[in-house]
Design a protein around this ligand. Structure first.
Ligand code: PMP
Length: 433
């Protein structure tokens, strides 16, 4: 095929060694070798604009994080069965950011991945409620463990959901009236909770990604407020999955759930928490974890180790000291405005949405029918990759361009992204700029 021989050999080697379950980005996959700030470089030293990576949220190879991790690794890296100040200092600074009951008296617990955090959240929720039922959104992704995969319908129709798992439609703000979205979703949750009670032992927890990333990126504020009420009425816990939306990603707030004005029982977090060093965890309301703590115990060999905490502390310091959240708000609004201006020229851009630096651009065959156009999204994503600008696509139909750069994305980076997006749209739709 059209790929360079060297890339073809690398792909074959990968399949031979890693097997069939891994997936690559792009028809012409990128072989990365170094990263700095918002840029990636391949082995030939070619520069790529990273408009997709939400893990390296304070920039690839951020010097402050690198320094903190290296220093701690050379000092001590051990687990939570010793008293260490670092983890306590970090929890003390983090807890107030959640507001509500968690800020008042909550606790933090540490894992290595977002999957483990969601797994732990459910273990606690089941223990607290004495029930097993879980409600998630239609195309949610919550993790790769056996339990979290059982409530991750985006893994595909052949990946079984738990018999104790029920789904509700995500709050699609483009195909519904945004004013009634929350109420509709709350009614769906109440109905599914009732079915869980009728066919099993009832609802343990409702879980949602506060920006509904794999559902297609939906950012209407306040939608989850009536949902949280319905969950509480059914006796379940509300778990806010902040793996995607946390740590200032949404711009206006530090946590995505805060856009909805809710007070969750458990918040789970990961990805950007250590800028690439594996560190994740949960924050929990005290009553919810009380019986769990009494009846059983929690230990995680690597979760919350000294180096993980050093990474997390450095990320938190950078976000606070460098005005990162303000940057997210400003650059995010700028990109959305300029994409909306492009939508006036290109009929195939159905909707531009999102919050902060989490932006979705829904591609359709035409705006009247709103028919998803996955093929167009694929062409745009790969067209941008050919111009060395990296984004991806998401949603149940894979037709929503997903723009989710490191939070330190600059105005010059935004100019680069938008100029190439315009070029690629003109290429795909045959209009000249
Ligand atoms: N929750 C959400 C919303 C996620 O997007 C992901 C990862 N894509 C996870 C949980 C799982 O995190 P991890 O890959 O660190 O296990």
């Amino acid at each position: 095929d059209a790929l360079p021989a060297e890339t073809r050999r690398a792909i074959e080697r990968r399949i031979r060694l890693l097997g069939p379950a891994y997936r690559l980005f792009y028809q012409d996959p990128v072989q990365v070798s170094t990263g700095r700030g918002t840029r990636l470089f391949d082995r030939e030293g070619r520069e790529y604009l990273d408009a997709y990576n939400n893990v390296a949220s304070v920039g690839h190879a951020n010097p402050r994080v690198v320094e903190a991790v290296s220093r701690q690794m050379a000092t001590l890296c051990t687990h939570t069965r010793y008293i260490q100040d670092g983890i306590l200092d970090y929890a003390e600074q983090m807890l107030p950011t959640f507001g509500g009951r968690i800020a008042a008296a909550g606790h933090m617990m540490f894992t290595c991945t977002g999957s483990e955090a969601n797994d732990l959240a459910m273990r606690i929720a089941k223990h607290h409620t004495g029930r097993h039922g879980i409600i998630c959104t239609a195309e949610a992704y919550h993790g790769n463990s056996d339990l979290t995969a059982s409530f991750s319908p985006s893994l595909g129709a052949q990946s079984p959901l738990g018999t104790w798992v029920r789904r509700v439609p995500a709050p699609d703000s483009w195909r519904n009236d945004p004013a009634t979205l929350g109420q509709k979703m709350a009614e769906a949750v109440a109905e599914q909770a009732w079915l869980l009670k009728r066919h099993g032992d009832g609802l343990a927890a409702f879980i949602a990604d506060s920006l509904f990333s794999s559902d297609g990126i939906f950012a209407t504020p306040e939608v989850l407020r009536p949902v949280a009420e319905a969950v509480r009425a059914a006796g379940g816990l509300f778990v806010a999955d902040e793996v995607q939306s946390g740590f200032a990603r949404s711009g206006d707030h530090f946590w995505g759930f805060q856009r909805h004005g809710i007070d969750p029982d458990i918040v789970t977090m990961g990805k950007p928490m250590g800028n690439g060093y594996p560190v994740a965890g949960i924050a929990v309301v005290p009553e919810v974890v009380e019986r769990f703590g009494r009846d059983t115990r929690y230990f995680n060999t690597f979760g919350g180790n000294g180096v993980a905490i050093a990474a997390a502390q450095a990320v938190f310091d950078v976000i606070r000291d460098d005005g990162v959240q303000d940057n997210v708000r400003r650059i995010g609004a700028l990109i959305r405005d300029r994409l909306s201006a492009l939508a006036e020229r290109f009929e195939a851009i159905g909707d531009v949405r999102g919050a902060g630096l989490y932006i979705g651009v829904e591609m359709v065959t035409d705006r009247a029918s709103r028919t998803p156009d996955a093929d167009a999204a694929t062409r745009i994503v790969n067209g941008l990759r050919a111009r060395r600008v990296l984004i991806s696509a998401t949603g149940p139909e894979a037709n929503v361009l997903k723009i989710r750069p490191p939070l330190v994305f600059s105005e010059a980076d935004a100019d680069w992204l938008l100029a190439e997006t315009e070029n690629v749209l003109a290429e795909v739709y045959g209009q000249t700029a």
